[in-house]
Design a protein around this ligand. Structure first.
Ligand code: ATP
Ligand code: MG
Length: 400
């Protein structure tokens, strides 16, 4: 039996250690600038957007650290925070599809109350926003968003009065997965009204930092057209090859492994710029390795293990969800292409069909979150491991 060690990769959780957070210099710099603006009474609210699994929650988490005075990440990246250290009071909430604006507002206040209680024993907020909502329960249908906004802003005011003597930088609300709230719940109106009221009433050292899937702001725009003026969008791109190398290098170094350069190249190809598969495959490579040097054989074994065992159910489920017949043919055609970004004409020639004969199917695959559109006429798998799965096991043949 091989010696047991702590896995240096972490596919299942956002990055907590700033030393393990790869790349994203521009995005961190923008976020730090927002904090600086808020600290100086120029409220700037941000929304971090990007694909599923691209690293939104990780960035949100790192910003919260900086906001609470942890300068390790900006220091490592050579980013000036403009102050010695921020000391924001921070409250967080994770949005979910069964929530509404009332639940969101009271959830934020509940976390705020417990944060402030760390330094003010008896600090109490009206979590029901002065009786407008029932904490943790669906807000009654006849509740007006304006009442929720007033209740929420009143509690922000109470907080500032409560912490007056504490010399805090300001107040920050972090909301992850904001795209999961039902679109018609009034979230855009809430943000618009709350941010305007707080600015009007002089509580300018308050900011929102949200995260959501690409298109989150655009979706909110359907509800309130001027929402794009409320939030500054920080877009998280795919990782650069050098950043993927950094994640692998840090992980391998952690368990004192060396590696062949080809391993890095193959992982970069496999992961299509997503950090999550880098951690998955990295984790398996160190676990299959037996001699302290990660080589191509370890990479191949790890890849097979991921597709065969670790992610098999998820990938199989995705493939089933795609649908039968032509859907499987399209995915198979995409998997035969040697790059991650597949031009439509490749699929067209493999299927022996004109592009307009399967454009509806492409649209369905996007809706089902199996394929995403990179730009006009170019598509890619949402999960790059699905390509490897199809290459290994083939598409589903419903006839056999
Ligand atoms: N900059 C980074 N450096 C190293 N690893 C990262 C980085 N960003 C994200 N990861 C890793 O990638 C995985 C996905 O990250 P995260 O959960 O932050 O993404 P997400 O965009 O919030 O995903 P989801 O859309 O599922 O909410 C995690 O394992 C995380 O540790
Ligand atoms: Mg997330």
């Amino acid at each position: 039996m091989a010696k047991r060690f702590v896995d240096p990769f972490f596919p299942n959780r956002p990055v907590d250690d700033p030393a393990r957070f790869a790349g994203r210099i521009t995005q961190v710099d923008e976020a730090v600038d927002s904090l600086f603006q808020i600290a100086n009474r120029n409220p700037r609210h941000t929304i971090i957007t990007g694909d599923r699994g691209i690293g939104k929650s990780s960035l949100l988490f790192q910003i919260r650290r900086v906001a609470q005075g942890d300068n390790r990440l900006p220091q490592r990246l050579g980013i000036d925070t403009g102050v010695e250290a921020f000391d924001f009071v921070c409250a967080s909430h994770d949005a979910a599809p069964d929530q509404d604006v009332g639940i969101l507002a009271s959830g934020l206040l509940r976390d705020l109350q417990s944060t402030v209680r760390n330094f003010l024993d008896k600090f109490t907020l009206e979590l029901n926003l002065g009786g407008v909502v029932n904490v943790g329960q669906k807000t009654p249908a006849d509740t007006s968003i304006v009442d929720i906004v007033h209740g929420f802003c009143g509690q922000v005011e109470n907080t500032f009065r409560g912490i007056e003597k504490q010399n805090k930088t300001g107040l920050l609300f972090f909301i992850d997965e904001v795209d999961r709230l039902p679109l018609d719940c009034g979230i855009a109106t809430f943000f618009k009204l709350v941010t305007e009221k707080l600015a009007r009433d002089g509580w300018t050292k308050t900011g929102f930092v949200c995260a959501g899937i690409t298109g989150a702001v655009q979706d909110m725009e359907n509800e309130h057209a001027s929402i794009f003026r409320v939030f500054r969008d920080i877009l998280i791109p795919r990782l650069e090859p050098g950043e993927i190398e950094q994640i692998l290098n840090d992980g391998f170094k952690n368990v004192s492994c060396t590696y062949e350069p080809d391993v890095i190249r193959r992982t970069i190809e496999l992961c299509a710029g997503f950090p999550e598969p880098v951690h998955i495959i990295g984790s398996e490579m160190v676990s299959v390795d037996s001699d302290g040097c990660i080589d191509i054989a370890d990479f191949e074994n790890a890849k097979l293990k991921v597709i065969n065992e670790v992610r098999r159910n998820k990938l199989q489920g995705m493939l089933q969800q795609a649908g039968a017949g032509r859907y499987q043919q399209i995915l198979n055609a995409m998997a035969t292409y040697d790059k991650n970004y597949v031009p439509l004409h490749h699929i067209s020639s493999k299927l022996n069909l004109e592009q307009n004969q399967f454009s509806v199917n492409m649209g369905d695959l996007i809706k089902k979150n199996v394929v995403s559109r990179v730009k006009r006429g170019v598509y890619t798998f949402v999960d790059p491991l699905l390509r490897e799965y199809i290459r290994t096991f083939g598409p589903i043949n419903y006839d056999s």
